[in-house]
Design a protein around this ligand. Structure first.
Ligand code: GLN
Length: 251
């Protein structure tokens, strides 16, 4: 078997190690003897989501988001259709924001998104505190740990499923306890870190969703020795717990 990963704008949307998500996916496939190709998709590249088994997009500062948005917008209809057809996606932070309807940036400029998630993000302006720190989220994949650094606050429309509930940290907006969003096999989240190396259950869920969409529901993944990943996960949770014990913060 082979997993075809499309990595959108890896040269532009790659904050706080998000490239590590592609590295983790490829490594977890290789350890099982599963082929994995990671194809970078740059602005202007030809790309058919039907040729991918998993799509990744990382985070970016407002100016990077403005730079990629027109190209991503043109890919919106095909990506929405592919997600409706079960395409797994991991969209992190700035990428997550652009997979919503729009992101109103720190200067009040509206950057249009592609509406995979029924969500909107608004930056409260440069005077507002950023949502920065270690974060732990309870999700249907179990406990997920990572690092967040965003100014934008994301608000989910009624009926839009969150990725999870914040146990420690800010999450979507520091107000309603939600983090990220899920539609089908597409996951949006604020968690950098990078996310997947220290959350192996989530990494494997994305791999399995991609392989089953291509090879059928009988596909299974052999278990791996995840002792190193679990140590990294526990360290991230401890970091979030230490931060939570510090004086309170405002979102
Ligand atoms: N520029 C966006 C914000 O500040 C996203 C940041 C990011 O991707 N880390 O909210």
């Amino acid at each position: 078997m082979e997993l075809r990963v499309a990595h959108l704008y890896p040269d532009v949307m790659n904050l706080y190690g998000d490239r590590g998500n592609a590295i983790a996916i490829r490594a977890r496939c290789a350890r099982r003897g599963i082929g994995c190709t990671v194809r970078p998709v740059a602005i202007g590249d030809r790309f058919d989501p039907g040729d991918a088994d998993l799509v990744l997009i990382g985070g970016g500062q407002d100016r990077e988001q403005r730079r990629v948005a027109p190209d991503l917008l043109a890919r919106g209809p095909a990506l929405r259709e592919a997600v409706e057809g079960g395409l797994p996606v991991l969209a992190v932070c700035g990428g997550f924001q652009l997979f919503g309807h729009r992101y109103v940036d720190h200067e009040g400029g509206s950057i249009p998104g592609i509406g995979v998630f029924d969500a909107e993000t608004r930056h409260p302006g440069p005077a507002a505190d950023r949502c920065i720190g270690d974060i732990v989220v309870e999700t249907r994949f179990g406990e997920v740990a990572g690092f967040e650094n965003h100014g934008g606050r994301t608000y989910l429309a009624p009926g839009q499923e969150p990725f999870g509930r914040v146990r420690l940290g800010y999450g979507n907006n520091g107000e309603d306890g939600t983090e990220g969003a899920v539609r089908g096999n597409a996951i949006g989240t604020y968690l950098h870190g990078s996310l997947l190396p220290k959350n192996p259950v989530l990494a494997d869920w994305l791999i399995l969703a991609g392989l089953r969409r291509r090879y059928g529901p009988a596909v299974e993944l052999a278990p791996l020795d995840d002792s190193a990943e679990e140590r990294a996960h526990a360290a991230a949770v401890r970091a979030a717990e230490r931060r939570a014990r510090r004086p309170s913060r405002t979102a």
